[in-house]
Design a protein around this ligand. Structure first.
Ligand SMILES: [Zn+2]
Length: 346
């Protein structure tokens, strides 16, 4: 049986934050709301939204500090029950916690992103830490996404660049998927792969308007991130959005657990490496990344040469069932270093 779960209502527009309570009142027949937010994002949008929601709902608030499974259990035990709906106002961490919690409580969750930093805002998969290891788990698609373009435009630019990096990564992720179809006869979805590639191409096409934070640019970026999440729903797997470049990003999370490098920043550098291996036009994508101020080397990431090389070596042990160019080539340390020098990663 094929099963696909999608977000049901998507709102994208300017100054939407103030309309969130009205939108939710029309959509949901509940009066208790659990608002999840981050420390910084609460000040940016959460506090205002909490005040507005209190005019119409009973509101409980929780500040998410880390996207850890223990944190989710803690909220579940002490704060939430299955009479609430969840409003996640924040970045990736907050939204990831919300989608796992919503699945466990069997309640609706509404995604109110405060930045356009990765495609997790719309997907049903969550990246969280479980027993100290980053894992991608099947969770719940948001019931609704409410994206306020003014809030997204005012986010620190590096978060926006990170979202662009996460989307440009689809070029290497889809090349990996096609390789797995050819070598391992893996199931492949034309719809999901075309949608993911279209999302990546949107960044290429609108890069100037994204970089200059024009409303149309940010709107296209958020739509592309939502589309990438939908490609995951169609495939019922993160396959269209995540290949070897994501494995390296996760390996870096293990090697440098307390780094504050953004997801899309790590993915961005690794994408150049794997586009090279796939014999794709890595130079063109690198130039686009530079234009968008996405990191393209270890110096931008603030890591050592060995960190990156070790991450590529370690990445093979992450999601080993997902066949990518990494498993196909089985590179040694020397070969990895050679590619890094050739592509300017270091
Ligand atoms: Zn990603």
């Amino acid at each position: 049986m094929k099963w696909m779960q999608f977000p049901r209502e998507i709102f994208i527009g300017e100054n939407l934050l103030k309309s969130v309570p009205d939108i939710l009142q029309k959509l949901l027949n509940r009066n208790r709301c659990l608002i999840l937010s981050g420390e910084k994002t609460f000040k940016i949008a959460g506090e205002y939204l909490e005040k507005k929601l209190k005019e119409k709902f009973d509101v409980i608030k929780f500040i998410v500090k880390k996207s850890d499974y223990d944190e989710i259990l803690n909220i579940k035990k002490n704060i939430a029950d299955n009479n609430v709906f969840i409003v996640a106002v924040g970045g990736g961490k907050v939204i990831d916690v919300a989608k796992v919690l919503a699945k466990e409580l069997r309640v609706e969750f509404i995604s109110v992103p405060t930045c356009a930093s990765h495609d997790g805002i719309s997907s049903s998969f969550a990246s969280i830490f479980k027993n100290g290891m980053p894992v991608s788990i099947r969770a719940k698609s948001p019931y609704a996404i409410i994206a306020d373009l003014n809030v997204l435009k005012n986010a620190p630019y590096k978060l926006t660049a990170s979202g662009c990096g996460d989307l440009l990564a689809k070029f290497s992720a889809i090349a990996d998927w096609k390789l797995a179809r050819r070598i391992k006869n893996e199931n492949f979805s034309e719809y999901a792969s075309n949608l993911a590639i279209m999302a990546a191409k949107t960044v290429v096409k609108y890069r100037k308007k994204i970089k200059s934070l024009e409303t149309i640019g940010i709107k296209k970026l958020i739509k592309a991130l939502v589309a990438s999440g939908i490609s995951i729903s169609i495939a019922n797997s993160s396959r269209p959005a995540s290949g070897a470049e994501h494995k390296v990003a996760h390996a870096l999370d293990i090697i440098k657990p307390d780094n504050d490098i953004l997801h899309g920043e790590k993915v961005s550098v690794a994408t150049i490496f794997f586009l090279y291996l796939h014999n794709k036009d890595w130079r063109m994508i690198k130039e686009i990344m530079e234009e968008l101020k996405c990191p393209t080397n270890i110096y931008d990431l603030g890591i050592e040469k060995n960190d990156f090389v070790n991450a590529v070596l370690k990445a093979r042990r992450i999601k080993p069932e997902r066949y990518t160019i990494l498993e196909h080539k089985n590179l040694d340390r020397h070969e990895i270093e050679k590619i890094c020098k050739e592509t300017g990663i270091f």
